[in-house]
Ligand binder design. Structure first.
Ligand code: SF4
Ligand code: SF4
Length: 283
């Protein structure tokens, strides 16, 4: 096995032991080849020594995501973010000790939602990095869909000077264009793609406004587009392969019967631990 391949396998073992669910490698040339991302956001622009971006993913268990907006979902999100940053930090230090200069970009990296309302971009995007690292394909929702978890996975990226082989791309398109993400988005921040295809028309400010409101109520983030996406093997694990109808009818049924048994446990988690406002009345 070549030296770079030995290092690649060591990185995979290291991050697996430390709790990563997904690992992929993207050579920095991918950003220039595809030219999908504005140049100022390319890893080689942010750190000219970078040769490879190592993308790490951790899963968000579906039954908790389904309770959104809730304090339990907020805690999961914060825990996942903390763990991801720690994982990237440990890998960065480990690579530096091996003589491979490395830095990491944290999982979100914005100071507050108010900042996002004015400028809804982070300094680096993990979604294109994860796509170039072969971890998934883009859904209509603009989220990265992965075979194992659909969009219910969060990412962090480590930039390294090590020249490592690019992971193979996902073999097939994962989004089935069901539009559940569009139909269920509470503020209608996602709209059907223009004729001819492409991703949903995405109103980032409307999405950030929803996040701002949920932050005030201590039950951020929104994540409904992630909850309702039918893609992901995690649905088999959690016996939730046939939940789309339940998601699509949630608003209508809860408007008529706020204590409907099908949604009672989700509403329970929404009612306690955060400022509860009946979601159905707000849509
Ligand atoms: S996070 Fe919520 S508001 Fe934003 S696009 Fe997804 S469903 Fe819509
Ligand atoms: S909910 Fe449906 S349309 Fe939206 S990203 Fe998932 S598979 Fe694609």
């Amino acid at each position: 096995m070549s030296q770079p391949e030995v290092l690649r396998q060591e990185i995979i073992s290291f991050v697996r032991e430390q709790g990563a669910d997904l690992t992929g490698f993207a050579r920095v040339e991918k950003w220039a080849e595809t030219a999908e991302v504005p140049q100022e956001f390319w890893p080689q622009e942010l750190w000219p020594l970078a040769q490879t971006v190592i993308v790490l993913g951790m899963a968000m268990p579906l039954p908790i995501v389904e309770t959104t907006p809730s304090a339990i979902h907020m805690e999961l999100y914060n825990t996942c973010n903390r763990e991801l940053d720690s994982l990237a930090y440990r890998l960065t230090l480990w690579l530096n000790r091996q003589g491979q200069a490395s830095i990491f970009f944290p999982r979100d990296c914005y100071g507050s939602i108010k900042i996002l309302l004015e400028k809804p971009f982070a300094a680096f995007g993990h979604v294109p990095a994860a796509k170039y690292a072969g971890l998934g394909t883009l859904g209509l929702s603009h989220l990265l869909l992965t075979p194992a978890f659909g969009p219910r996975v969060r990412f962090v990226s480590v930039f390294t000077t090590a020249v490592l082989e690019n992971s193979p791309p996902q073999a097939k398109e994962l989004c089935i264009k069901c539009q559940a993400c569009i139909k269920c988005c509470p503020p209608s921040a996602l709209k059907a793609p223009p004729p001819g295809g492409g991703l949903a028309v995405y109103d980032k400010i409307a999405c950030a406004q929803r996040a701002y409101e949920l932050t005030r109520r201590r039950c951020y983030p929104c994540g409904v587009c992630s909850k309702v996406c039918p893609i992901g093997d995690d649905r088999k694990l959690f016996q939730a392969t046939k939940n789309t109808k339940k998601y699509l009818q949630e608003k209508e049924i809860l408007t008529k019967e706020s204590d409907h048994p099908d949604y009672r446990s989700w509403e329970h988690f929404r009612r306690y631990g955060s400022w509860y406002e009946k979601e159905v009345g707000k849509r």
